[in-house]
Write a protein that binds this ligand. Structure first.
Ligand code: CA2
Length: 153
């Protein structure tokens, strides 16, 4: 169990290019570097991915479920972007894969528009981190690492 998967959904490839008041100025490459440094400090490898396509995210969750069952993957940090608020299919994929997932949001979705207050993923996730900017990725990695160290695998 030595890898954590970081999944990023639609439009997160635009990080750092627009909307700095909401999402900060770091790019997705900066987020990947933060995740890899956090993982290295915990003795964990980081597999960092982004897709704008729901089906691709679903395929990656299925793949991650198999890796988790094989004992090579601790779990996933998932910023599903706007699919968080729309996707029953991603909910079903996480449940179906029995994948330990931390739902992650850069912004505090609960302080934003009402349509961002509901998450289809939260009931399928171990927990949710929102509102701490990109530091939330490091917090989520640490949460999965602690759970793994406690035998939660
Ligand atoms: O706060 C988050 O991390 C979100 O998951 C980001 C999503 C949003 O739909 C969720 O409600 C909350 C949006 C990601 C798009 O990111 C952009 C970054 C820069 C410019 C435009 C979009």
């Amino acid at each position: 169990m030595s890898t954590i998967l970081i999944l990023n959904g639609p439009n997160l490839n635009l990080l750092g290019t627009r909307e700095p008041a909401l999402y900060g100025t770091a790019t997705l490459d900066d987020v990947a570097a933060l995740c890899k440094a956090t993982g290295a400090g915990l003795g964990l490898a980081i597999d960092f991915r982004q897709s704008n396509h729901e089906g691709v995210l679903i395929d990656w969750i299925h793949e991650a479920g198999r890796a988790h069952r094989d004992g090579t993957l601790l779990g996933a940090v998932f910023n599903a972007g706007a699919y968080t608020h729309t996707s029953v299919a991603l909910h079903d994929a996480i449940k179906g894969a029995s994948l330990p997932v931390v739902e992650l949001h850069i912004s505090n979705v609960h302080a934003r528009e009402p349509f961002r207050h509901h998450s289809y993923l939260a009931p399928a996730a171990l927990g949710v981190i929102a509102g701490f900017g990109i530091d939330g990725y490091a917090l989520a990695i640490e949460a999965l690492a602690r759970r793994g160290a406690a035998g939660g695998g």
